[in-house]
Design a protein around this ligand. Structure first.
Ligand code: SF4
Ligand code: SF4
Ligand code: SF4
Length: 422
Protein backbone atom coordinates (compact mmCIF):
# COMPACT_ATOMS: atom_id res chain seq x y z
CA UNK A 1 0.00 0.00 0.00
CA UNK A 2 1.40 3.48 -0.80
CA UNK A 3 2.36 5.81 2.02
CA UNK A 4 1.08 9.36 2.37
CA UNK A 5 1.87 12.17 4.79
CA UNK A 6 -0.77 12.91 7.42
CA UNK A 7 0.10 16.25 9.04
CA UNK A 8 -2.58 15.89 11.74
CA UNK A 9 -0.93 12.64 12.91
CA UNK A 10 2.64 13.94 12.50
CA UNK A 11 3.70 10.90 10.47
CA UNK A 12 3.36 8.96 7.26
CA UNK A 13 0.60 6.38 7.01
CA UNK A 14 -0.65 3.74 4.59
CA UNK A 15 -3.45 4.64 2.21
CA UNK A 16 -4.71 2.62 -0.78
CA UNK A 17 -3.87 5.39 -3.30
CA UNK A 18 -0.94 7.72 -3.92
CA UNK A 19 -1.30 11.21 -2.50
CA UNK A 20 -2.93 13.85 -4.74
CA UNK A 21 -3.87 17.19 -3.29
CA UNK A 22 -6.29 19.88 -4.43
CA UNK A 23 -5.06 23.47 -4.86
CA UNK A 24 -7.59 24.62 -2.29
CA UNK A 25 -9.47 22.53 0.25
CA UNK A 26 -13.05 22.92 1.48
CA UNK A 27 -12.72 23.25 5.28
CA UNK A 28 -14.75 24.56 8.19
CA UNK A 29 -14.53 25.52 11.87
CA UNK A 30 -17.44 24.90 14.26
CA UNK A 31 -17.36 26.60 17.67
CA UNK A 32 -19.04 24.05 19.94
CA UNK A 33 -19.22 26.59 22.77
CA UNK A 34 -21.91 28.46 20.87
CA UNK A 35 -24.13 25.69 19.45
CA UNK A 36 -27.69 25.70 20.82
CA UNK A 37 -28.92 22.60 18.95
CA UNK A 38 -31.64 24.57 17.20
CA UNK A 39 -31.16 22.17 14.22
CA UNK A 40 -31.55 25.00 11.69
CA UNK A 41 -28.47 23.62 9.91
CA UNK A 42 -29.96 20.13 9.87
CA UNK A 43 -33.23 21.34 8.39
CA UNK A 44 -31.54 23.66 5.88
CA UNK A 45 -29.68 20.68 4.43
CA UNK A 46 -32.70 18.39 4.62
CA UNK A 47 -34.99 20.82 2.79
CA UNK A 48 -32.36 21.52 0.14
CA UNK A 49 -30.93 18.09 -0.65
CA UNK A 50 -32.69 15.12 1.01
CA UNK A 51 -36.45 15.75 0.90
CA UNK A 52 -37.35 13.03 -1.62
CA UNK A 53 -38.75 9.55 -1.34
CA UNK A 54 -36.11 7.10 -0.14
CA UNK A 55 -34.16 9.82 1.65
CA UNK A 56 -36.34 9.94 4.77
CA UNK A 57 -33.59 8.62 7.04
CA UNK A 58 -30.83 10.73 5.45
CA UNK A 59 -29.44 13.60 7.50
CA UNK A 60 -26.27 14.76 5.76
CA UNK A 61 -26.07 17.51 8.38
CA UNK A 62 -26.95 16.50 11.93
CA UNK A 63 -26.43 17.76 15.48
CA UNK A 64 -26.09 15.15 18.23
CA UNK A 65 -25.88 15.48 22.02
CA UNK A 66 -22.60 14.07 23.28
CA UNK A 67 -21.69 11.74 24.85
CA UNK A 68 -24.81 9.57 24.46
CA UNK A 69 -26.29 10.82 21.19
CA UNK A 70 -25.07 9.78 17.79
CA UNK A 71 -26.30 9.41 14.23
CA UNK A 72 -26.21 6.59 13.39
CA UNK A 73 -26.46 5.39 16.96
CA UNK A 74 -23.08 4.77 18.64
CA UNK A 75 -21.13 5.49 15.40
CA UNK A 76 -18.00 6.72 17.18
CA UNK A 77 -18.06 4.22 20.04
CA UNK A 78 -18.32 1.35 17.57
CA UNK A 79 -15.37 2.36 15.39
CA UNK A 80 -13.24 3.24 18.43
CA UNK A 81 -13.96 -0.22 19.84
CA UNK A 82 -12.90 -1.83 16.57
CA UNK A 83 -9.66 0.15 16.55
CA UNK A 84 -8.97 -0.84 20.14
CA UNK A 85 -9.59 -4.49 19.28
CA UNK A 86 -7.17 -4.29 16.36
CA UNK A 87 -4.52 -2.57 18.43
CA UNK A 88 -5.19 -3.10 22.18
CA UNK A 89 -3.87 -0.27 24.33
CA UNK A 90 -1.90 1.15 21.43
CA UNK A 91 -4.03 4.09 20.29
CA UNK A 92 -1.73 6.67 21.82
CA UNK A 93 -0.06 9.93 20.90
CA UNK A 94 3.63 10.30 21.66
CA UNK A 95 6.20 13.09 21.39
CA UNK A 96 5.64 16.77 21.91
CA UNK A 97 3.50 19.00 19.77
CA UNK A 98 5.47 20.40 16.83
CA UNK A 99 5.75 24.11 16.16
CA UNK A 100 5.21 23.84 12.39
CA UNK A 101 2.28 22.84 10.25
CA UNK A 102 3.30 19.15 10.30
CA UNK A 103 2.48 17.32 13.55
CA UNK A 104 1.12 20.30 15.51
CA UNK A 105 -0.49 17.92 18.05
CA UNK A 106 2.48 15.55 18.37
CA UNK A 107 2.74 12.13 16.75
CA UNK A 108 0.03 9.48 16.73
CA UNK A 109 1.60 6.04 17.07
CA UNK A 110 -1.62 4.00 17.04
CA UNK A 111 -3.29 2.38 14.04
CA UNK A 112 -5.52 4.31 11.65
CA UNK A 113 -8.56 2.67 10.07
CA UNK A 114 -6.44 2.01 6.94
CA UNK A 115 -3.61 0.36 8.85
CA UNK A 116 -5.79 -1.58 11.28
CA UNK A 117 -7.77 -3.15 8.41
CA UNK A 118 -4.89 -5.48 7.61
CA UNK A 119 -4.86 -6.78 11.19
CA UNK A 120 -8.47 -7.85 11.31
CA UNK A 121 -10.54 -10.61 9.76
CA UNK A 122 -12.34 -8.37 7.28
CA UNK A 123 -13.12 -9.86 3.89
CA UNK A 124 -10.42 -9.49 1.24
CA UNK A 125 -12.33 -6.72 -0.48
CA UNK A 126 -12.36 -4.50 2.64
CA UNK A 127 -9.57 -1.94 2.45
CA UNK A 128 -10.68 0.01 5.51
CA UNK A 129 -11.64 -0.99 9.03
CA UNK A 130 -15.34 -0.28 9.44
CA UNK A 131 -18.83 -1.67 9.88
CA UNK A 132 -22.27 -1.36 8.35
CA UNK A 133 -24.79 0.15 10.78
CA UNK A 134 -28.10 -1.70 11.09
CA UNK A 135 -31.34 -0.11 9.83
CA UNK A 136 -32.35 0.50 13.46
CA UNK A 137 -29.19 2.51 14.09
CA UNK A 138 -30.21 5.03 11.42
CA UNK A 139 -33.72 5.39 12.89
CA UNK A 140 -33.32 8.10 15.52
CA UNK A 141 -31.12 11.00 14.36
CA UNK A 142 -31.45 12.98 17.58
CA UNK A 143 -31.58 10.22 20.17
CA UNK A 144 -30.63 11.23 23.76
CA UNK A 145 -30.98 14.93 23.04
CA UNK A 146 -30.03 16.97 26.13
CA UNK A 147 -29.26 13.86 28.21
CA UNK A 148 -26.39 14.85 30.49
CA UNK A 149 -23.70 12.79 32.11
CA UNK A 150 -24.55 13.04 35.79
CA UNK A 151 -22.97 12.14 39.04
CA UNK A 152 -20.24 9.50 38.77
CA UNK A 153 -20.83 9.22 35.04
CA UNK A 154 -24.43 8.02 35.20
CA UNK A 155 -26.81 9.25 32.51
CA UNK A 156 -29.35 11.81 33.72
CA UNK A 157 -28.27 11.53 37.39
CA UNK A 158 -27.71 15.22 38.06
CA UNK A 159 -25.10 16.50 40.44
CA UNK A 160 -26.80 18.74 42.95
CA UNK A 161 -23.86 21.07 43.46
CA UNK A 162 -23.70 24.18 41.31
CA UNK A 163 -21.54 24.11 38.22
CA UNK A 164 -18.40 26.16 37.74
CA UNK A 165 -15.63 26.18 35.18
CA UNK A 166 -13.18 24.73 34.33
CA UNK A 167 -15.12 21.43 34.37
CA UNK A 168 -18.80 20.81 35.07
CA UNK A 169 -19.89 17.76 37.10
CA UNK A 170 -23.06 17.42 35.05
CA UNK A 171 -22.42 17.95 31.37
CA UNK A 172 -23.26 17.35 27.73
CA UNK A 173 -22.55 19.24 24.54
CA UNK A 174 -23.84 19.51 21.00
CA UNK A 175 -21.72 18.12 18.20
CA UNK A 176 -22.77 19.44 14.78
CA UNK A 177 -21.54 17.22 11.96
CA UNK A 178 -21.37 17.10 8.17
CA UNK A 179 -19.04 15.17 5.84
CA UNK A 180 -15.46 16.25 6.53
CA UNK A 181 -14.42 16.15 2.86
CA UNK A 182 -11.37 14.31 4.13
CA UNK A 183 -7.94 14.60 2.54
CA UNK A 184 -7.69 10.78 2.61
CA UNK A 185 -11.36 9.80 2.30
CA UNK A 186 -12.17 6.33 3.59
CA UNK A 187 -15.31 6.27 1.43
CA UNK A 188 -13.23 6.83 -1.70
CA UNK A 189 -10.59 4.29 -0.61
CA UNK A 190 -13.19 1.58 -0.12
CA UNK A 191 -15.25 1.99 -3.29
CA UNK A 192 -14.57 -0.92 -5.69
CA UNK A 193 -16.29 1.01 -8.52
CA UNK A 194 -14.15 4.14 -8.11
CA UNK A 195 -17.44 6.04 -8.01
CA UNK A 196 -16.17 8.50 -5.39
CA UNK A 197 -13.75 11.27 -6.29
CA UNK A 198 -12.13 14.32 -4.75
CA UNK A 199 -12.26 17.47 -6.85
CA UNK A 200 -8.83 18.97 -7.63
CA UNK A 201 -10.08 22.57 -7.40
CA UNK A 202 -11.65 22.49 -3.93
CA UNK A 203 -11.16 19.03 -2.41
CA UNK A 204 -14.92 18.40 -2.22
CA UNK A 205 -15.62 14.65 -2.14
CA UNK A 206 -18.47 13.61 -4.46
CA UNK A 207 -20.17 10.30 -5.20
CA UNK A 208 -21.04 9.65 -8.86
CA UNK A 209 -24.57 8.24 -8.88
CA UNK A 210 -24.16 6.82 -12.38
CA UNK A 211 -21.15 4.74 -11.34
CA UNK A 212 -22.45 3.60 -7.92
CA UNK A 213 -23.89 0.06 -7.75
CA UNK A 214 -24.95 0.28 -4.11
CA UNK A 215 -22.36 -2.08 -2.63
CA UNK A 216 -22.29 0.20 0.46
CA UNK A 217 -18.53 -0.16 0.89
CA UNK A 218 -18.38 3.61 1.45
CA UNK A 219 -21.06 3.40 4.15
CA UNK A 220 -19.07 0.67 5.85
CA UNK A 221 -15.74 2.48 5.54
CA UNK A 222 -16.55 6.09 6.45
CA UNK A 223 -15.65 6.29 10.14
CA UNK A 224 -17.91 9.35 10.53
CA UNK A 225 -20.78 7.49 8.82
CA UNK A 226 -21.46 10.32 6.41
CA UNK A 227 -22.11 8.21 3.33
CA UNK A 228 -25.66 6.84 3.33
CA UNK A 229 -27.55 4.22 1.35
CA UNK A 230 -30.81 4.95 -0.46
CA UNK A 231 -32.97 1.87 -0.83
CA UNK A 232 -35.26 3.00 -3.66
CA UNK A 233 -32.42 3.94 -6.03
CA UNK A 234 -30.01 1.29 -4.70
CA UNK A 235 -27.18 3.78 -4.63
CA UNK A 236 -25.33 5.60 -1.87
CA UNK A 237 -25.42 9.36 -1.39
CA UNK A 238 -23.47 11.87 0.66
CA UNK A 239 -23.08 15.57 1.44
CA UNK A 240 -22.14 17.48 -1.70
CA UNK A 241 -20.76 20.51 0.18
CA UNK A 242 -23.44 22.58 -1.57
CA UNK A 243 -20.93 22.79 -4.44
CA UNK A 244 -22.94 25.16 -6.67
CA UNK A 245 -22.75 27.76 -3.89
CA UNK A 246 -19.04 27.15 -3.24
CA UNK A 247 -18.40 27.51 -6.99
CA UNK A 248 -20.16 30.88 -6.98
CA UNK A 249 -22.81 29.74 -9.46
CA UNK A 250 -25.73 30.59 -7.19
CA UNK A 251 -27.47 33.58 -8.84
CA UNK A 252 -27.62 35.46 -5.53
CA UNK A 253 -23.91 36.29 -5.39
CA UNK A 254 -23.00 37.18 -8.99
CA UNK A 255 -20.01 34.83 -9.07
CA UNK A 256 -18.78 35.33 -5.50
CA UNK A 257 -18.24 31.95 -3.72
CA UNK A 258 -20.85 31.39 -1.06
CA UNK A 259 -20.90 29.28 2.08
CA UNK A 260 -23.08 26.13 2.18
CA UNK A 261 -26.70 26.31 3.33
CA UNK A 262 -26.00 24.56 6.64
CA UNK A 263 -23.38 27.23 7.42
CA UNK A 264 -25.54 30.14 6.27
CA UNK A 265 -28.54 28.96 8.34
CA UNK A 266 -26.62 28.74 11.62
CA UNK A 267 -28.55 30.64 14.28
CA UNK A 268 -25.88 30.20 16.96
CA UNK A 269 -23.24 31.69 14.60
CA UNK A 270 -20.94 28.79 15.36
CA UNK A 271 -19.90 28.01 11.77
CA UNK A 272 -17.35 29.37 9.35
CA UNK A 273 -16.49 27.64 6.09
CA UNK A 274 -13.75 28.45 3.63
CA UNK A 275 -11.29 27.20 1.03
CA UNK A 276 -7.75 26.92 2.37
CA UNK A 277 -4.60 26.81 0.26
CA UNK A 278 -2.86 23.42 0.18
CA UNK A 279 0.92 23.04 -0.14
CA UNK A 280 2.59 20.39 -2.33
CA UNK A 281 3.11 18.06 0.64
CA UNK A 282 -0.57 18.19 1.63
CA UNK A 283 -0.14 20.53 4.62
CA UNK A 284 -1.96 23.86 4.67
CA UNK A 285 0.15 26.43 2.84
CA UNK A 286 1.01 29.42 4.99
CA UNK A 287 -1.77 31.99 4.59
CA UNK A 288 -1.52 34.10 7.72
CA UNK A 289 -4.53 36.33 7.07
CA UNK A 290 -6.93 33.51 6.18
CA UNK A 291 -9.39 33.14 9.11
CA UNK A 292 -9.39 29.32 9.07
CA UNK A 293 -5.59 29.18 8.83
CA UNK A 294 -5.42 31.57 11.77
CA UNK A 295 -7.85 29.55 13.93
CA UNK A 296 -6.22 26.17 13.19
CA UNK A 297 -2.50 26.96 12.84
CA UNK A 298 -1.85 30.27 14.61
CA UNK A 299 -4.35 30.61 17.48
CA UNK A 300 -4.62 26.77 17.61
CA UNK A 301 -8.15 26.88 18.99
CA UNK A 302 -9.78 24.62 16.38
CA UNK A 303 -9.03 20.88 16.26
CA UNK A 304 -9.90 18.01 13.89
CA UNK A 305 -12.62 15.51 14.89
CA UNK A 306 -11.10 12.11 15.74
CA UNK A 307 -7.85 12.73 13.87
CA UNK A 308 -6.69 9.25 14.92
CA UNK A 309 -9.03 7.67 12.34
CA UNK A 310 -6.45 8.83 9.77
CA UNK A 311 -8.66 10.37 7.07
CA UNK A 312 -7.26 13.86 7.77
CA UNK A 313 -10.74 15.38 8.13
CA UNK A 314 -11.22 19.00 7.11
CA UNK A 315 -13.79 19.82 9.79
CA UNK A 316 -12.35 21.56 12.89
CA UNK A 317 -13.95 22.25 16.25
CA UNK A 318 -13.34 24.74 19.04
CA UNK A 319 -13.85 22.34 21.98
CA UNK A 320 -16.45 23.04 24.71
CA UNK A 321 -14.86 24.64 27.77
CA UNK A 322 -16.91 22.85 30.47
CA UNK A 323 -16.37 19.22 29.47
CA UNK A 324 -13.97 16.81 31.25
CA UNK A 325 -10.68 16.89 29.35
CA UNK A 326 -10.14 13.11 28.95
CA UNK A 327 -13.39 12.88 26.99
CA UNK A 328 -12.34 15.77 24.75
CA UNK A 329 -8.80 14.44 24.25
CA UNK A 330 -10.05 11.13 22.86
CA UNK A 331 -12.30 13.09 20.49
CA UNK A 332 -10.01 15.92 19.35
CA UNK A 333 -6.51 14.72 20.25
CA UNK A 334 -3.88 16.17 22.56
CA UNK A 335 -4.35 19.79 21.40
CA UNK A 336 -7.46 20.16 23.60
CA UNK A 337 -5.90 21.77 26.70
CA UNK A 338 -4.04 24.45 24.75
CA UNK A 339 -7.08 25.12 22.56
CA UNK A 340 -9.36 25.69 25.56
CA UNK A 341 -6.76 27.89 27.27
CA UNK A 342 -6.33 30.00 24.16
CA UNK A 343 -10.07 30.31 23.62
CA UNK A 344 -10.88 31.11 27.26
CA UNK A 345 -8.31 33.92 27.37
CA UNK A 346 -8.32 35.10 23.77
CA UNK A 347 -5.59 37.22 22.27
CA UNK A 348 -6.56 40.58 20.81
CA UNK A 349 -6.41 39.12 17.29
CA UNK A 350 -8.43 36.00 18.17
CA UNK A 351 -11.19 38.11 19.70
CA UNK A 352 -11.41 40.07 16.46
CA UNK A 353 -11.37 36.99 14.20
CA UNK A 354 -14.15 35.35 16.24
CA UNK A 355 -16.40 38.24 15.19
CA UNK A 356 -16.22 37.07 11.55
CA UNK A 357 -18.50 34.09 12.18
CA UNK A 358 -21.78 34.44 10.28
CA UNK A 359 -21.73 38.12 9.45
CA UNK A 360 -22.15 37.16 5.80
CA UNK A 361 -22.89 34.09 3.67
CA UNK A 362 -19.92 34.88 1.34
CA UNK A 363 -16.70 32.84 1.68
CA UNK A 364 -13.95 34.84 3.36
CA UNK A 365 -10.46 34.56 1.80
CA UNK A 366 -8.60 37.12 3.91
CA UNK A 367 -9.13 39.40 6.88
CA UNK A 368 -7.48 42.58 8.14
CA UNK A 369 -7.77 44.36 11.47
CA UNK A 370 -7.98 48.10 12.14
CA UNK A 371 -7.09 48.86 15.73
CA UNK A 372 -9.69 50.59 17.91
CA UNK A 373 -9.80 52.07 21.42
CA UNK A 374 -9.49 50.11 24.67
CA UNK A 375 -12.98 49.43 26.08
CA UNK A 376 -12.28 47.12 29.02
CA UNK A 377 -9.54 46.29 31.46
CA UNK A 378 -9.74 43.65 34.19
CA UNK A 379 -8.72 40.14 35.15
CA UNK A 380 -9.94 36.79 33.87
CA UNK A 381 -8.81 33.36 35.16
CA UNK A 382 -6.06 35.09 37.11
CA UNK A 383 -4.73 36.92 34.06
CA UNK A 384 -4.93 40.62 33.31
CA UNK A 385 -6.87 41.29 30.16
CA UNK A 386 -7.62 44.27 27.97
CA UNK A 387 -10.32 44.39 25.33
CA UNK A 388 -10.10 46.71 22.34
CA UNK A 389 -12.92 47.67 20.04
CA UNK A 390 -11.03 46.66 16.90
CA UNK A 391 -12.65 46.53 13.48
CA UNK A 392 -12.19 43.33 11.50
CA UNK A 393 -12.60 43.49 7.74
CA UNK A 394 -13.39 40.47 5.53
CA UNK A 395 -12.32 40.18 1.88
CA UNK A 396 -13.68 37.83 -0.81
CA UNK A 397 -12.07 35.80 -3.58
CA UNK A 398 -11.40 38.77 -5.85
CA UNK A 399 -10.01 40.91 -3.01
CA UNK A 400 -13.16 42.99 -2.67
CA UNK A 401 -14.31 43.93 0.84
CA UNK A 402 -17.26 41.76 1.88
CA UNK A 403 -18.07 43.41 5.22
CA UNK A 404 -16.55 44.93 8.32
CA UNK A 405 -17.58 44.43 11.93
CA UNK A 406 -16.37 45.42 15.39
CA UNK A 407 -15.48 43.57 18.57
CA UNK A 408 -18.12 45.49 20.53
CA UNK A 409 -21.55 44.84 19.12
CA UNK A 410 -23.42 48.06 18.40
CA UNK A 411 -26.54 48.72 20.52
CA UNK A 412 -29.61 49.90 18.65
CA UNK A 413 -32.32 51.53 20.78
CA UNK A 414 -35.77 51.33 19.28
CA UNK A 415 -37.63 54.64 19.29
CA UNK A 416 -40.48 54.99 21.78
CA UNK A 417 -42.99 55.26 18.93
CA UNK A 418 -42.16 51.71 17.81
CA UNK A 419 -41.19 50.17 21.15
CA UNK A 420 -43.86 47.50 20.90
CA UNK A 421 -43.77 46.70 17.18
CA UNK A 422 -41.90 44.01 15.27
S1 SF4 B 1 -16.34 12.11 6.21
FE1 SF4 B 1 -16.71 10.05 5.40
S2 SF4 B 1 -17.99 10.40 3.59
FE2 SF4 B 1 -16.97 12.34 4.07
S3 SF4 B 1 -15.08 12.34 2.85
FE3 SF4 B 1 -14.57 11.57 4.91
S4 SF4 B 1 -14.71 9.34 4.68
FE4 SF4 B 1 -15.82 10.21 2.93
S1 SF4 C 1 -22.59 21.31 3.03
FE1 SF4 C 1 -24.59 21.34 1.97
S2 SF4 C 1 -24.94 19.20 1.41
FE2 SF4 C 1 -23.33 19.19 3.01
S3 SF4 C 1 -24.38 18.94 4.98
FE3 SF4 C 1 -24.17 21.15 4.63
S4 SF4 C 1 -26.08 21.76 3.58
FE4 SF4 C 1 -25.92 19.53 3.45
S1 SF4 D 1 -27.78 25.98 13.26
FE1 SF4 D 1 -25.84 26.37 14.35
S2 SF4 D 1 -26.49 26.69 16.49
FE2 SF4 D 1 -28.20 25.68 15.46
S3 SF4 D 1 -27.82 23.49 15.78
FE3 SF4 D 1 -26.87 23.99 13.82
S4 SF4 D 1 -24.73 24.40 14.34
FE4 SF4 D 1 -25.90 24.52 16.26
Amino acid sequence: MPTVKNWQLGREMSYPYDARYPSRQFAFVFNINRCIACQSCTMACKSTWTFSKGQEHMWWANVETKPYGGYPKWWDVRILEQLEEANPGGQVWTSKAGAGRFGPYGRFDGQTIFEAASRTLSPDSARVLGYLPSDEEWNAPNIYEDNPVGKRGVRNRLDETGETLPVHNTWFFYLARICNHCSYPACLAACPRKAIYKRPEDGIVLLDQAECRGYRKCVEACPYKKSMYRGNTRTSEKCVACYPRVEGTDPETAGEPMETVCMAACIGQIRMQGLVKVAEDGTWAEDRQHPLYFLVHVAKVALPLYPQFGTQPNGYYIPPRWVPRPYLRQMFGPGVDAAIDNYASPSRELLAVLQLFRRSNRIIYRYAIEEGPKIFEGSLHGRNIEIFNDTVIAFGQDGRELFRTTVEEPVHVRSAAHANSI
